[in-house]
Design a protein around this ligand. Structure first.
Ligand code: NAD
Ligand code: UD1
Length: 343
């Protein structure tokens, strides 16, 4: 019998790509999503790619009654991947309670039901934001680098969530969690059937870039060229969403098969390479043959200068490594944008 995995936020960007990989790996996938930042078409997309329609429940995971009702009717959940959260850093500064409520209440609700209904395995979506701007001696950043005070309420929800999990595990010894700290996820499924579909004006670099090239935006603003980096623009570790999705399948197998070494483990998921904003623009132009209209503007408030991952722990312990090049990821993001815009 197939093992059933609950994917919260499975209609979203990373959740939909992970659902595809889980189904391809032979799992039954059940998705809960309130569609607050996604479209139900993504569920159809998962079916188109895999030939299997995941079970889908549309409700808010902060709703205690609906969540309890779900768990009482689905007693065969083997593991949960908890993606559901709000993620817009800038918005979280203006609306902190919206973020604290959604990201924390949904997690607490999920864990309470895991305890009540004896579901033991959790994979949690964390972020490299927990490291803030690491001191130069900590770059590339390993899992041992100090967690820094959060730069935004969003970032703080990730730190608090990890603490909630850590604290809960002490008195609930059957509960096992792997927190995956993503660097900058980009790209789309190679079929261009699913991809990143931000609602409104994108905050993130890649959707803004592809929308600019598609003609929806006049120009891309490069936030700062006066950083202490080789070309002056900020450096990040851009990780392909399909590679990221594969790491979730490995994390699930690790938990289900009791291969975890501690009840709370955490891993950096990146490529191990840092690329500047200008590198991204140049690589996009080479990979797609399209020109990016951009201008340099002042730094964005709250941005850090540079961060990229040391992925050795994930490479050795999970046996996972990012495979996709930056150019391939950017090409898949462009193919997705073209498909969405009918170009
Ligand atoms: P996304 O917004 O595309 O997906 C999140 C999904 O969760 C959406 O479909 C949304 O409708 C749903 N959701 C939100 N709150 C909900 C609730 N209370 N009940 C039910 N559904 C709810 O975001 P994503 O990029 O796929 O991110 C997934 C996870 O990864 C998030 O936890 C995010 O914080 C984390 N993360 C993302 C990035 C990134 O750059 N994309 C980086 C680091 C960490
Ligand atoms: C941020 C968060 C990260 C969060 C992610 C999801 C921090 C330090 N990081 O990542 O935790 O998970 O958002 O939303 O808070 N850029 C431009 N022009 C643009 C957009 C971006 O030049 O129009 C630059 C930024 O200055 C940055 C890089 O591109 O250097 C990537 O930005 P973005 O995609 O927004 O991600 P982060 O800020 O790295």
């Amino acid at each position: 019998m197939k093992q059933k995995i609950l994917v919260t936020g499975g209609a979203g960007y990373i959740g939909s790509h992970t659902s595809v990989k889980l189904i391809e790996a032979g799992y039954d996938v059940v998705i809960i999503d309130n569609l607050s930042n996604s479209d139900v078409k993504m569920i159809d997309g998962i079916e188109k790619i895999t030939g299997v329609k995941p079970e889908f429940y549309e409700f808010d995971l902060c709703d205690i009654h609906k969540t309890k009702d779900f768990f009482s009717k689905n007693t065969d959940i083997k593991a949960i991947i908890h993606f559901a959260a709000y993620k817009a850093v800038g918005e979280s500064v203006n609306l902190p309670l919206k973020y604290y409520h959604n990201n924390i209440a949904s997690l607490v609700n999920i864990i309470q039901n895991m305890i009540n209904f004896k579901v033991e395995n959790l994979v949690f979506s964390s972020s490299c934001t927990v490291y803030g701007q690491p001191e130069p001696k900590y770059l590339p950043v390993t899992e041992d680098a100090p967690v820094q005070p959060a730069g935004s309420p969003y970032g703080n929800t990730k730190q608090i969530s990890e603490e909630i999990i850590r604290d809960t595990i002490i008195s609930n010894k059957n509960l096992k969690t792997i927190a995956l700290r993503y660097f900058n996820p980009i790209g789309a499924h190679k079929s261009a059937i699913i991809g990143e579909l931000p609602i409104g004006t994108p905050n993130n670099l890649i959707p803004f870039l592809t929308q600019t090239v598609a003609g929806l935006r006049d120009e891309l603003s490069v936030f700062g060229n006066d950083y202490n980096t080789p070309d002056g623009s900020a450096i990040r570790d851009y990780i392909d969403v399909n590679d990221l999705a594969e790491a979730h399948v490995i994390a699930i197998e690790r938990l289900i098969n009791d291969k975890n070494k501690k009840n709370f483990e955490y891993f950096n998921l990146g490529t191990g390479n840092g690329n500047s904003v200008l590198d991204v623009i140049n690589t996009f132009e080479k990979a797609t043959g399209k020109k990016v209209n951009y201008k340099i503007v002042p730094r964005r408030e709250g941005d850090i200068e540079q961060v990229w991952a040391d992925t050795s722990f994930a490479n050795t312990e999970l046996g996972w490594k990012a495979k996709t090049s930056l150019g391939e990821s950017l090409l898949s993001a462009w193919n997705w944008e073209k498909k969405v815009r009918g170009l």
